[in-house]
Design a protein around this ligand. Structure first.
Ligand code: HEC
Length: 113
């Protein structure tokens, strides 16, 4: 009985560890903030202020330096993976690949320093 419980626990721990392992680390590369910045510049800067200063081109789009105040980063990662739907017609549904999310969040972290 206790052996089975131990085996179950070990399995659950592995499952949880896998679930939280950042995808980029599974590939051996740490998330690259520069790639995140490039992604933001290419796909988000049309509407959002992506740097440390400046206003968003679309006034209602939150500047990226404030995103961490709006969303805990973990929630943001989940929302980006599933597709953010803000319920605002001006924001297209945005869905990023796991590697892109890690890079994007790494970039956001550099903004808060
Ligand atoms: C065409 C304009 C446009 C583009 C491109 C765009 N956004 Fe937005 N985004 C908006 C607007 C407008 C809002 C505010 C929506 C609202 O508050 O209803 C917004 C809100 C957000 C929010 C906050 C959502 C919330 O509910 O608080 C996040 C996070 C976000 N955008 C991420 C991104 C990312 C990441 C990209 C690039 C991959 C991106 N956006 C590209 C217009 C845009």
């Amino acid at each position: 009985m206790s052996r089975r419980a131990d085996a179950w626990t070990a399995g659950a721990v592995v499952a949880v560890a896998l679930h939280f392992a950042p995808a980029a680390q599974a590939g051996g590369d740490p998330p690259d903030p520069m790639a995140g910045e490039a992604l933001a510049a290419a796909r988000c800067a049309e509407c959002h202020a992506i740097g440390r200063t400046g206003e968003s081109p679309v006034a209602v789009a939150p500047p990226f330096r404030t995103l961490q105040d709006l969303w805990p980063l973990a929630n943001l990662a989940e929302a980006l993976a599933e597709g953010i739907v803000t319920g605002h017609p001006q924001m297209p549904e945005t869905r990023l690949e796991p590697g892109e999310i890690d890079a994007f969040l790494a970039y956001l972290e550099t903004l808060s320093r």
